[in-house]
Design a protein around this ligand. Structure first.
Ligand code: DLZ
Ligand code: SF4
Length: 518
């Protein structure tokens, strides 16, 4: 009997561990489109199109290479709607001697996998996901006995381990981190490159019809869909980023501009997290651009840190702390997610713009996510579980392993500082410095108090006041707490009053003052 090799929708890599000993004469690759994966959260329509279209293209490529693929489409009348149900049917069809699969990206799916051996009475081999540069046991060993798990320490260890941007034992350019070169605002009138997009082919159009039919109530615009859905397209997207964007990626990686969401960003995370690209090749390609002199070190180091450092680190942390990780709520945040996160109907221009981009593209870049959408959720005390689900739903690149640490730990500080040394709280001044959003806003970013003041301004101080017991001894917040200590009691009262008025209206109307029912 041959081997049944199950490939999940985010495992679409030609050198996946699942394939290493594949015998084309005897084995079958199983791929299944299942309702449970499409609806365990109500993914953005473009995310569904991306996953299903990429799966169909990948199956066709395997077949073209002579591999027997058993592919179950969502609309198959016998489709049971779950991985376990479809595997049961496939075992009956193929009578395999064993099942081989690569470890899942999400704990939820890995829990299903652990049941399969007993349920099917067959050996089930779960292989390490070699698409990542830090195997789970290596991270676990690094994390052992450390109280705080800091990205920077991990990242340096990964640079040494892999040799990326190393000159012997020393970091290239004599420094590990060039971030202080990387916080520029985009000058007015600065022209940004036109981005290469990938209009749907016939396979994708068919999937778009399927998604429109089956998931009409899911968030997000279906059109225009333009994400890469094959490895060839993903490699072209990568090359375009390296050619046209990487040289200036570093300088402007934190900048935001209305109507121009993509700027110099990679836009490769949707493809990378599906498996159409892998971390090693992406880092290698970026490093080559520095070595051949076509991109500066601050840009290449900043980019490689995102992949080799941050991405590997959040994945390691996720597996080290699951399944308990999402249970903490260090700042006791309980407010319901306001409806405007779905509708975009808010007078706060920064939030409206970031939500509009998200709805239109299933994408927003990291500063939009962290410092606008995440920052507001932090300052307004939104319930972590609701915010986490929102982020998992709306972004084409979002899987729980990457979303949860970024939102629970980084944006909301709900883990009490395991991941980040301080909450990323910021007032309107930060958003104003890094974007052009405030010019078009109904609120005044220079005003600190009153109904037309930028809400981020008073909510920021209100946040520090509300969590004084918990946060005032944090050395990284020493400066704002010193300012707070010198504040007149009347000014403190005013901050709390403005914030209470705003937050009460937010809870009552699911909007904010002035937009009730908008
Ligand atoms: C995200 C997703 C969706 C929407 N649909 C499928 C599917 O129908 N079949 C499949 O194999 N995978 C799908 N995925 C990806 C899985 O949810 C993904 O493997 C887990 O989220 C990560 O463990
Ligand atoms: Fe956002 Fe405040 Fe600027 Fe308006 S004024 S765009 S709410 S930061």
């Amino acid at each position: 009997a041959g081997t049944l090799r199950l490939v999940l929708g985010d495992q679409l890599h030609p050198r996946l561990a699942t394939f290493t000993d594949l015998d084309p004469g005897a084995d079958t690759v199983l791929m299944v489109e299942v309702a449970e994966e499409a609806t365990y959260v109500r993914h953005h329509k473009q995310k569904l199109v991306l996953v299903f279209s990429a799966m169909r293209h990948f199956a066709a490529e395997l077949r073209a290479r002579g591999v027997a693929v058993d592919y179950v489409a969502l609309d198959d009348p016998h489709n049971t709607g779950s991985f376990t149900g479809e595997l049961a049917r496939a075992v009956a069809r193929h009578r395999p001697g064993r099942i081989v699969v690569t470890e899942a990206g999400e704990w939820r799916v890995e829990a299903m996998m652990r049941d399969w051996e007993e349920r099917f009475g067959l050996p089930v081999e779960i292989r390490d996901d070699t698409r990542f540069l830090c195997p789970r046991p290596v991270f676990a060993r690094w994390a052992e006995g450390r109280e705080a798990l800091r990205m920077e320490t991990f990242y340096r260890a990964m640079r040494r381990r892999t040799g990326f941007l190393m000159e012997g034992r020393e970091p290239a350019g004599g420094r590990w981190n060039f971030d202080h070169d990387n916080r520029r605002r985009l000058p007015a009138g600065h022209a940004v490159p036109e981005r290469r997009r990938f209009p749907p082919d016939a396979v994708t159009r068919e999937v778009m019809d399927l998604v429109a039919r089956r998931f009409p109530d899911h968030f997000g615009d279906l059109d225009p869909f333009a994400w890469p859905v094959t490895r060839t397209e993903a490699l072209e997207a990568l090359r375009h980023f390296l050619d046209d964007c990487l040289p200036e990626f570093g300088d402007y990686q934190d900048a935001m501009r209305s109507g121009t969401p993509f700027l110099y960003h990679g836009l490769i995370a949707p493809a990378l997290n599906l498996g159409l690209l892998d971390a090693e090749e992406v880092c290698r390609a970026a490093e080559d651009r520095w070595r051949d002199g076509s991109a500066p070190l601050n840009a290449v180091e900043g980019f490689i840190r995102q992949i080799l450092g941050w991405r590997e680190y959040v994945r390691g942390l996720y597996w080290a702390r699951m399944p308990d990780y999402p249970e903490t709520n260090a700042l006791d945040a309980t407010r319901d997610l306001p409806w405007f996160y779905w509708s975009g109907e808010t007078r706060m221009a920064c939030l409206a713009e970031c939500i509009r981009d998200t709805k239109a593209q299933a994408h927003a870049h990291h500063i939009q996510r962290l410092m606008v959408l995440g920052n507001f959720a932090l300052l307004a005390g939104l319930a972590p579980a609701q915010v986490e689900e929102w982020f998992l739903v709306v972004y084409a690149d979002a899987y729980e392993w990457v979303e949860l640490p970024n939102v629970h730990g980084m944006a909301l500080w709900a883990d009490g500082g395991l991941l980040g040394s301080k909450p990323y709280a910021a007032s309107g001044a930060y958003i104003d410095r890094m974007s052009d959003y405030c010019g078009g806003c109904a609120y005044d970013v220079r005003k600190k108090a009153g109904s037309d003041a930028c809400p981020f301004n008073y909510l920021y101080w209100n946040f520090l006041i509300a969590h004084e017991d918990r946060l005032s001894r944090n050395p990284r917040l020493a400066m704002p707490y010193r300012t707070l200590a010198t504040m007149q009691p009347a000014r403190r009262d005013e901050i709390v009053a403005d914030s209470t008025r705003f937050l009460d209206a937010l809870s009552a109307s699911q909007g904010e003052p002035g937009t009730e029912g908008a």
